[in-house]
Ligand binder design. Structure first.
Ligand SMILES: Cc1cc2nc3c(=O)[nH]c(=O)nc-3n(C[C@H](O)[C@H](O)[C@H](O)COP(=O)(O)OP(=O)(O)OC[C@H]3O[C@@H](n4cnc5c(N)ncnc54)[C@H](O)[C@@H]3O)c2cc1C
Length: 490
């Protein structure tokens, strides 16, 4: 039996990112993935700005930015008024278009650089044991079965998760009620801008460019075909005929690289933890892919779970820290289920009442505060983890920390996100001698202590004097010289 600290079941983006975080913190981790080769499907095209920030906190954002295409806006329910990210305090006020196959490849590169053991062709068939004694996993390969022992298991194994079933965690929700067609195809003859959404009494079409030479993702909601089961194969002719019907244009679709249907099945795991079995990504939440969220939320689950699990297994934090994973992330999963159900209700009705609802909502989205509210939820920029027992109630607890340039006493520069790249807590003294108390359970060994001032910002009464930042880039409290509240550490 091969023994490691953690086995991650599932080597999709969420499993791989979880493994990276665990390895960065010094744990021995193996990822077991049933597939022999990576999928070449473009699936999650949208990477939200907050996810690019996570990559920046581990020093690899440039790799995604070099390949992806920034799109300044996003969408909610394919409404005509687009979501605007320009008002967020971030270096990445956009969504980045990149095929999921490339995102997975870049995360896999990062995992291999860190030394994660990534084993393809390993289908986990059984998990036994418990948190006290450890877990044993059997994985079937082409030529036999391997057995692994682990202190903890992360289920990033999506819809039919064996980890979730072993843990006896219910996957509550509703079956699919509609099916939507999509294809990555070469497109000729379509009018309008590169990103285009059309909704009328005949149905809905969204066209998004995915590659050079007119390759586009075409998503079609045809009311006459919405009851076809999601699992039924889709032909190019069916997609083309519905596209022409809705658009009323003689568009030509050819050279499909992926044809599929997806639906609005919506489920949320009743718990994210049972003993030392944990769920993340699609294993914890399933929903209509609308607004580009599933992979993003899953990667943020991974970022939340990784450092906590590592800290507990490394003995520098109490087991109770792991309960905060569910406390912080399950509400995000619940909000994801809610907003995608709502988007589905708006997107899949084409009678006069639904078209009127779309027009009203589109108009409401022109109000900056409404637009920002939805943009903040979908991007993750506005997510705040409310304090709770473990993180106390110091100023700013749970707020997302925006990146800032920092200047050391010797005149050299760095930035907050760069300092987070080791995956440790960051205690920043911005004014000489100023300190934040650490939570009493937190071992100082888990913290990088740094003295540096905010570059280019003059010190005011409400400037942050010291702050404590979690490894996932959320504020664990800050103090200011005068005792007046400041929102972000700047
Ligand atoms: C059409 C479409 C468009 C989408 N667009 C977006 C988007 O723009 N943005 C976004 O954020 N999300 C989007 N999504 C959702 C996104 O694709 C998923 O949320 C994402 O893939 C979830 O990642 P994951 O790692 O949790 O699961 P997966 O990517 O499904 O990976 C799970 C892995 O576990 C493996 N596995 C399962 N069982 C076992 C086992 N027993 N043993 C070993 N391995 C196992 C599987 O082989 C698989 O590789 C879209 C989805 C679809 C269908």
């Amino acid at each position: 039996m091969k023994k490691v600290d953690v086995v991650v079941v599932g080597g999709g983006p969420v499993g791989l990112w979880t493994a990276c975080e665990l390895k960065l913190a010094g744990l021995d981790v193996a990822v077991l993935e049933r597939r022999i080769a990576r999928t070449d499907q473009s699936r999650a095209l949208t990477i939200h700005g907050r996810t690019v920030e996570l990559f920046a906190m581990r020093g690899i954002a440039d790799r995604f930015l070099a390949e992806g295409k920034p799109i300044p806006t996003g969408h909610y329910a394919a409404l005509d008024t687009r979501l605007d990210f320009s008002s967020f305090d971030t270096q990445f006020p956009f969504t980045l278009f990149l095929a999921q196959s490339r995102t997975e490849a870049l995360i896999e590169d990062h995992a291999r650089e860190l030394g994660v053991e990534f084993l393809r062709g390993h289908m986990v068939e059984s998990i036994t044991g418990d948190a006290a004694e450890g877990y044993q996993l059997s994985a079937r390969q082409e030529c036999g079965v391997s057995v692994f022992g682990a202190r903890a298991v992360v289920g990033a194994d999506a819809r039919h998760s064996i980890v979730r079933r072993t843990a006896g965690i219910a996957f509550e929700g509703s079956d699919a009620t509609v099916s939507i067609m999509m294809g990555d195809v070469r497109l000729k003859g379509a009018n309008g801008p590169p990103v285009r959404t059309v909704s009328n009494e005949r149905g809905g079409v969204t066209i998004v460019p995915v590659g050079p030479g007119g390759v586009a993702r075409v998503i079609v909601i045809d009311p006459r075909r919405m009851r076809i089961p999601v699992g039924e194969p889709l032909s190019l002719e069916e997609l083309a005929s519905s596209t022409r019907q809705v658009l009323g244009e003689d568009v030509q679709l050819s050279d499909p690289t992926w044809l599929s249907r997806f639906g609005d099945e919506t489920r949320l795991a009743a718990r994210y933890r049972e003993g030392n079995l944990f769920l993340a990504g699609d294993a914890a939440h399933l929903h209509l892919p609308a607004g580009g969220q599933g992979m993003n939320v899953g990667l943020q689950d991974a970022m939340n779970l990784g450092w906590k699990l590592a800290a507990v297994l490394n003995g520098v934090a109490p087991d109770a820290l792991l309960d905060s994973y569910q406390k912080e992330r399950r509400p995000v999963g619940a909000q994801l289920a809610r907003n995608t159900l709502a988007q589905g209700a708006v997107m899949t009705g084409f009678d006069l009442a639904h078209l009127a609802l779309r027009a009203e909502m589109s108009e409401l989205l022109e109000l900056p505060e409404v637009n920002r509210r939805l943009a903040g939820v979908l991007s993750g920029f506005d997510l705040r983890y409310l304090g709770g027992d473990l993180f106390g109630d110091a100023l700013g607890v749970g707020e997302r920390v925006a990146d800032r340039a920092l200047r050391f006493a010797d005149g050299t520069y760095t930035s907050i996100y760069r300092l987070l790249s080791r995956g440790k807590w960051l205690h920043l003294s911005c004014q000489s001698g100023m300190r934040m108390p650490l939570p009493e359970w937190l071992h100082p060994q888990a913290v990088d202590f740094v003295s540096a001032s905010f570059a280019g910002l003059e010190v005011r009464d409400d400037s942050v004097a010291a702050c404590l930042i979690r490894p996932d880039g959320y504020n664990a409290g800050h103090t200011i010289a005068s005792g007046v509240a400041a929102t972000n550490p700047a």
